[in-house]
Design a binder for this molecule. Structure first.
Ligand code: ATP
Ligand code: MG
Length: 651
């Protein structure tokens, strides 16, 4: 595949906070003098008690320890609300777009946000929530979810947001794991025209969790759809009833920079989710700085991160980063494909969105539905596009660039993880020439490196396992309640290095290309190959919408290539198409990458955050149907049964 470079336009170099010369200079400084660099950046936050120490970190197992600004004190909710009141109290903080386009939306100003947060914080206190207590938030994408997160932060409670699409069992597991004594939920959620029985699920989850030894004292319920739900006396309270008459005066608790802010479970693409623990000062600094610089956020910009708050992207780039920066953050309750595949672009036009941040899974689905759904909208307000969550295939990248952005908007392909707290490898729109499919260069203070299987550093251009060699402020501090698992998972593969679990290639220009999870690398006749490359070749075929590639046991080659392929709307599977696709990959990459088997399927198993779960596809390809592993984070378990049946029938 030919590689096109999209240079930074003059207009962007001029308007952006950071042009290329400034990037180089700041990056050098950030890695040469992290203490000086981050002390300076930290002035962007309001500190209650200034810090005197900046970085105190060690990646050496077993004594891994990560501390930033350890003697400073601040409050996250005060940084996201109080400090904006004097200058932008009447400015919109959250612009809420409901699931149903015919329903009226809501705008919440910073003043209203502040009041709501303070009231709820007082309610939490009056129901016994104390500093350090865990509060589970299981809510739809409505402004109250942000109030809940910030109310916890205000009084020093640790929130654990659980995606509202998760089942009662998954919720129970997360309540139990962090021994959360409180749940904030809603009667029901709405997504894509359907309702989700959140309160019913919560009741079931509490029963399961309590049977396992947890104890839930109170459940606060937001009335959203107005559905008739059961309320348990003494335990359950209506949000609107307890808020009513509660004082909006609630001083923000001074928190140590290293006090926990939240726990968030990873999406479970590779196994049982981990309770990732983030703390106060470093996290907020990193989330807000990356938000400002990667999205080049200026006052007046209309910014929309179309993720869910149930994932880290929603934490850092719907709530904490934008609100710390006094930004306008659009919050969307719905899904990209409902009522039609034009919805995202219609919302863009309706609110004159300038900056849009979404995921490859959404883009591939919308690409598969046809260009008309996009081109019939204007999208003239768009200035910058972002992508996160999975490698974005060059084909999808070019489509996003050309069809969605009318070849006018740079794309920031941002690589990061729940564990990293914020964006780690990314273009900056005023500084970085873009290559379709590459996350490009490290953000300030981030020191990526590639190592081979023995942990030897790979210099210059090459491929290997992506590690980070030194700490950055947004780094997770521990796995909640299990520091040993933290050390084991991230610091035992390569001594003294943070191991990301991702494979990566670095090109001659020093650009990073994430090739997929290290577990997903396939070895065909001794050649190691990232699955992302084969998938991108398949997706580049005009009839293919989505592809997932895994290895499977092969008598001669060791591993063969098994490709699951979803076709564009209107295309039909056939033997000819199968041959054509094999030839196509052969031509695009080489004979070694030609798939041995192509399995057409209308759908792929995905996590609830939309990521393809290759570990399950590996099992199906290998005919190991009895050991599929943890499937609790799957969005649609039915897809797996269909794949298993099809695999059995094809031998
Ligand atoms: P688990 O850790 O439980 O298996 P997960 O890794 O999917 O789940 P997240 O923290 O949500 O949980 O996802 C981070 C991962 O997503 C990264 O390690 C990487 O594999 C992938 N990823 C995120 N952004 C990008 C990107 N821009 N390009 C390529 N891959 C990305
Ligand atoms: Mg992960």
């Amino acid at each position: 595949m030919t590689e096109t470079v999209h240079p930074v336009t003059d207009e962007w170099a001029k308007r952006a906070f950071v042009d290329n010369a400034r990037y180089e200079e700041m990056y050098q400084r950030s890695v040469a003098d992290p203490d000086g660099f981050w002390a300076e950046q930290a002035k962007s936050l309001d500190w209650i008690k200034p810090f005197t120490k900046v970085k105190n970190t060690s990646f050496d197992a077993p004594d891994v320890s990560i501390k930033w600004f350890e003697d400073g004190e601040l409050n996250v909710s005060a940084n996201c609300t109080d400090r904006h009141l004097a200058t932008r109290g009447d400015q919109t903080a959250i612009l809420w777009e409901p699931d149903d386009p015919l329903t009226e939306g809501r705008t919440i100003t910073y003043r209203e946000l502040h009041e709501n947060v303070c009231r709820l914080a007082n309610v939490l206190k009056s129901h016994g929530v104390q500093k350090g207590d865990r509060v589970t938030i299981y809510m739809p994408m409505i402004p109250e979810v942000a109030y809940a997160m910030l109310a916890c932060a205000r009084i020093g409670a640790i929130h654990s947001v659980v995606f509202a699409g998760f089942s009662a069992e998954a919720l129970a597991g997360r309540i139990e794991d962090c021994r959360s004594g409180y749940v904030i939920t809603a009667d029901e959620g709405r997504r894509g025209g359907r309702t989700v029985p959140l309160k019913v699920n919560t009741d079931e989850a509490v029963t399961i969790a309590e049977a396992a030894g947890a104890r839930v004292n109170h459940v606060i319920v937001v009335k959203h759809t107005g559905a008739d739900v059961a309320m348990k006396d003494g335990r359950d309270v209506w949000y609107h009833e307890v808020i009513d008459g509660t004082s909006a005066d609630c001083p923000a608790e001074p928190m140590n920079a290293e006090d926990p802010l939240f726990i968030l479970y990873t999406s479970g693409s590779t196994g049982k989710p981990k309770g990732v623990l983030h703390t106060t000062g470093g996290y907020l600094l990193y989330a807000s700085m990356t938000h400002r610089m990667v999205f080049d956020y200026h006052d007046g910009d209309i910014y929309w991160c179309a993720a869910d708050v149930g994932w880290v992207t929603g934490h850092s780039y719907i709530v904490y980063g934008p609100l710390a920066n006094g930004a306008l953050s659009v919050m969307f309750e719905g899904v990209p494909t409902w009522p039609t595949p034009s919805r995202i672009w219609e919302v863009v036009d309706k609110h004159k969105i300038n900056i849009l941040y979404t995921a490859p899974t959404a883009l591939r689905a919308l690409m598969g539905a046809g260009d008309d759904h996009v081109t019939k909208t204007s999208r003239a307000s768009l200035r910058l596009l972002g992508s996160v969550g999975e490698p974005i295939n060059p084909e999808a990248w070019e489509w996003y660039y050309r069809v969605v952005g009318d070849s006018r908007c740079p794309i920031v392909d941002t690589w990061w993880q729940t564990e990293t707290g914020g964006i780690m490898i990314t273009p900056l729109p005023g500084a970085t020439a873009l290559k379709a499919g590459s996350a490009t260069r490290p953000f300030f203070g981030v020191k990526p490196a590639l190592v081979d299987a023995d942990g030897k550093f790979i210099e210059g251009a090459g491929s290997g396992n992506l590690v980070i060699t030194d700490s950055w402020p947004g780094q997770m501090r521990s796995v909640y309640g299990d520091h040993e698992r933290f050390v084991q998972t991230y610091f035992s593969a390569y001594a003294g290095l943070y191991f990301t679990g991702d494979g990566c290639r670095r090109d001659e220009d020093g650009y990073y290309w994430i090739t997929g999870r290290v577990d997903d690398v396939i070895n065909v006749s001794g050649h190691r190959m990232g699955t992302a490359e084969v998938e991108s070749a398949l997706v580049a075929h005009p009839k293919v919408s989505e592809a997932a590639v895994v290895g499977y046991p092969h008598d001669i080659k060791g591993q063969g290539i098994y490709a699951y392929v979803t076709l564009m709307v209107g295309e039909e599977p056939s033997d000819e198409l199968q041959k054509e696709l094999k030839q196509w990959v052969r031509k695009e990459i080489g004979p070694i990458a030609q798939p041995d088997l192509i399995h057409f399927t209308p759908g792929l198993p995905k996590t609830r955050s939309g990521k393809i779960m290759r570990r399950i596809l590996r099992k199906v390809a290998a005919n190991e149907f009895d050991t599929l592993g943890d499937t609790s984070t799957l969005a649609d378990p039915g897809v797996v049964n269909d794949l298993v049946e099809a695999r059995k029938n094809n031998g």
